[in-house]
Design a protein around this ligand. Structure first.
Ligand SMILES: *Cc1c(COP(=O)(O)O)cnc(C)c1O
Length: 359
């Protein structure tokens, strides 16, 4: 199928590259004196590494964070040789030669990682992940970390915040204080603690390098409030059928929704296979001509139904329904999840289009 001529029945995912650029510039400004990197793991949060990585590089980003070596190899191909690419999941058995060949920097987080990197020899740069309280990845901050990594060529020491999305959470300061201990143990080595939320906590959390992800893609870093980010992901899905639902009739699998009055309902070509989650209904909504239309009944694999009764002009089959955009967070909340999971859950069936050149 050619992207130049998408079939009218396909849902489309439009990614606004100018918005990615402006979000990066905002996060870079908010990073103060620190250099601003970018988390591009999971195909740039599901939105397309191939298109997004060059936009970030042109906006001034030189440090990129992937999760897997396989992602790092793709990023290296896209970004060329100059850029610094970190592998957050570290190094697994057998991967060290590949990492070195592609100049990927593993973020070592266990004694096993350190041994694998040391055994591989040479002294290529590595980063270190120290656990300051998240208890997910990293060497324990209380341990004798400097002794464990004596022979390494360290280029970065990092940790990750567990509760950054809640600025009032006491763990933010506790992790900051623990990270200060580690930082003192590695004088002259760059330090990095802040993801998107951490950047918004303030200067003390910025250190030398920040690692925003979700903010670049238009998702809200904080549970409440935060800066105005430009929406990046926009979905348009075609309406297949419009009909009257009589009072007392039900819609969809399980007949979970019963019309309280006569209604006009539109069936749209998007479903959970595309990442519109089943639990988005009830509570979720789309827009037609910028007017909100609520989801009714269960979302099925390829289809979902919306109540269009309140539109001034009823839609016709072939008209488009919009999702995400400025409503990303509202849809995530209705689906009992986060924008992170909504974006990375967008399915393979979209015709993907990129608008703006990001310069
Ligand atoms: C994903 C990730 C980030 C980016 O986090 P956001 O909340 O998306 O800004 C930063 N650091 C680490 C270690 C991560 O895993």
């Amino acid at each position: 199928m050619s992207v130049d001529a998408p079939l009218p029945s396909s849902p489309r995912l439009m990614v606004d590259l100018d918005a990615v650029r402006s979000n990066y510039l905002l996060m870079a400004a908010r990073s103060g004196m620190a250099s601003c990197g970018a988390a591009i793991k999971a195909d740039a949060y599901g939105l397309g590494l191939n298109e997004i990585a060059p936009v970030l590089a042109r906006a001034g980003c030189t440090s990129f964070f992937c999760a897997h070596v396989s992602e790092g190899m793709i990023a290296r191909q896209i970004l060329g040789h100059e850029m610094e690419i970190f592998i957050l999941n570290g190094v697994q058995y057998g991967e060290a030669p590949l990492l070195r060949q592609k100049h990927l920097i593993p973020v070592l987080s266990t004694p096993e990682h350190i041994a694998l990197w040391q055994e591989a020899g040479e002294n290529a740069p590595a980063a270190l992940h120290v656990d300051t309280g998240m208890n997910r990845l990293g060497l324990p901050w209380q341990g004798n970390v400097p002794d464990m990594v004596k022979d390494l060529n360290l280029t970065l020491v990092m940790s990750h915040l567990a509760c950054g999305s809640d600025p009032a959470h006491p763990m933010n300061r506790q992790q900051l204080e623990r990270f200060a201990v580690i930082r003192t143990a590695f004088p002259g080595i760059r330090a990095s603690l802040a993801n998107s939320a951490g950047i918004l906590l303030g200067d003390a959390w910025h250190h030398d390098l920040t690692r925003p992800g979700i903010a670049l893609y238009g998702g809200a870093p904080l549970d409440e409030g935060g800066p105005n980010l430009a929406p990046v992901a926009h979905i348009e899905a075609p309406i297949l059928q419009v009909f009257t639902l009589r009072q007392g009739q039900s819609v969809g699998y399980g007949a979970t929704y019963t019309a309280p009055k006569d209604m006009t309902v539109a069936t749209v070509a998007i479903g959970y296979a595309d990442g519109l989650r089943r639990d988005a209904s009830p509570g979720g909504f789309g827009r037609i001509h910028d007017q909100k239309v609520p989801l009714v009944g269960r979302v099925s694999m390829d289809l979902s139904t919306f109540d269009v009764s309140d539109l001034t002009k009823p839609p016709k089959p072939g008209d488009l329904l919009c999702l995400l955009g400025k409503d990303l967070e509202a849809l995530a909340i209705a689906s009992d999840t986060l924008s992170y999971e909504v974006l990375t859950g967008l399915g393979p069936r979209f015709v993907r289009e990129y608008k703006g050149c990001g310069t």
